[in-house]
Design a protein around this ligand. Sequence first.
Ligand code: SF4
Length: 703
Amino acid sequence: MQNTAAPTPTHCPYCALQCGMNLTPVEGGTVEVSERVDFPVNRGALCGKGRTAPAVLAPGARLTSPLVRSEEGVLVPAGWDEALDRIAGNLARTRARSGADALGVFGGGGLTNEKAYALGKFARVVLGTSQIDYNGRFCMSSAAAAGTKAFGLDRGLPFPLEDIPRTGCVILVGSNPAETMPPSLRYFTELRENGGTLIVVDPRRTRTAEQADLHLAPRPGTDLALALGMLHLIVAEGRVDEEYVEERTSGWEDARAAAMAHWPEYVERITGVSVPELREAVRLFCAPRAAMVLTARGPEQQAKGTDTVGAWINLCLATGRAGRPLSGYGCLTGQGNGQGGREHGQKADQLPGYRKLTDPAARRHVAGVWGVDPDSLPGPGRSAYELLDALGTDIRSLLVMGSNPVVSAPRAAHVEERLRSLDFLAVCDVVLSETAALADVVLPVTQWAEETGTTTNLEGRVLLRRRAITPPEGVRSDLEVLHELAGRLGVEKGFPTRPEEVFDELRRASAGGPADYSGIDYRRLAEENGVFWPCPAPTDEATEAANRHPGTPRLFLDRFATDDGRARFVPVTHRPSAEEPDDEYPVLLTTGRVVAQYQSGAQTRRVDELNAAAPGPFVELHPRLAARLGAAEGDPVAVVSRRGRAVAPARITPGIRPDTVFMPFHWPGEGRANTLTNPALDPTSRMPEFKVCAVRVEAVDAV
Ligand code: SF4
């Protein structure tokens, strides 16, 4: 029978592009995806992950009953009351025995704004714990820290994607949109069709790098030096925009002095990028009037990630690019709600509206909205890895919502051991992820097509995801879970289950803050196809459409968000990675993604079509390294770091540096890349060093 239901316009559940799509219910409790051309970001295009997302809605592919651990130690189905009682009872007992900070909460960058907001409020108001952070710390925290230092405000892209084809040159640093968000590639294709140039900085010749006018392949962990070398040349060749620097920035002299200490020949020795390549990059970047630098996880996921991003921002400032039309610095956020997820209070050091938890005025404002005493709000807690590392010692019980750290955290075997050592672990998830499988209680929750809520994409565009189908029997929303747990823990009010009601409270909590959502409501989101923050509510009573704030697609055109309106240069210098190669571990490992899997793979590994395209992990290595090992294509090879060993088939390509191997991180088990990665933390952002560590590579039969 033909389906005559009108399709529901909504957005993909996965990455930060938040592609628009239409959903039509079909038999079997799932939906059919069709093109949605009215959403400007993707204009109907979807990658394989988006097209196949409905597969995870099917009852057979996901959890539909709470699970509790039996006396025999196995997870068995249970009723909701039993499961919720067990969670609330254990949290209360831990708090009574060991104090509120013995309770941990670990959120996710895929949670909607409403859920991220409610989770932060739940941790601080109901549990009274400071120990909350989320997996977005592992995603873009270095870019957020560097952007805040330089501009006084962090919004992934301070301009819409539509500006990219109209600029003159883009430097993509450690970003591979061809694999991570394929529909965005058209922006870079159009840039080149319009006569602009694309420079890609990546140790691997990725599918994105293949399309570049210039591909620079620095040694992993040295892109800070690369940016300094370019800045050195910009100064030496007289390409600094002195007028802009004078009028719109501060701190140039120190940044200049730091760059001048990085001679191109010295930078060549550090990075492996030749001086002529450096000169060519400078020429291409400086030739047009407008240009951009866009970073992603490559420069950000380092123990010096904040400084590395800062070095690229300095390049934009010295050449007068930031805060000018069609120009500037931006971060391509990764997770679906990577932007909004960091703005509304699930981050260890922040309150909703991107307010600082240590700011007395921010505490007063948010406490007022929450109806609590500002002094009752805990202070900042541990960052994500530090929180996971404290499990089983200082932190005795943990609630996880929308995250799978067993696969996605650095030094993952240690994190898994820490999770096992907890007194109590509760996980809310759609599927029985590797982390959920360790839990004492698992709650099955609704997902994207089954619930309404907002996300904020990588451009800072707040979007409405709409419910298209009724969830199956047996699942509840995360908001219902928090409502029920709060009630059981003695807080009867303040945790509504209707997403719009939560959003309206979020708007009030964010009002006047850096990420001000107060002028945005569900009606506007539906009518306008998204609204860019900041979008304050009108200050007078006139709330007619004519008085609406239009939202802010482009930031910093008049002034930066610092006290004096000037952008800040931050003087940075090169330093080695936390682990450099030595005789025992002579090769560098870098990690990343493949197009057919998403993050820890908890959802996408359950989709047949995606598994057929990307069935498992691999070790990408250069033919010279493979020859030294005697490894042929497909042979299992072991990669060993100070933290453990992973085994996966060899994938041999001349497109990677001979001193480097690459592993994607989407899989658990023997080929888990994060078994190997280094949790050395950036001193500012607390980002672990996912992107570089020292390893040795062995033919498996030699082990
Ligand atoms: Fe979904 Fe990202 Fe793919 Fe778009 S690019 S369909 S948002 S996973």
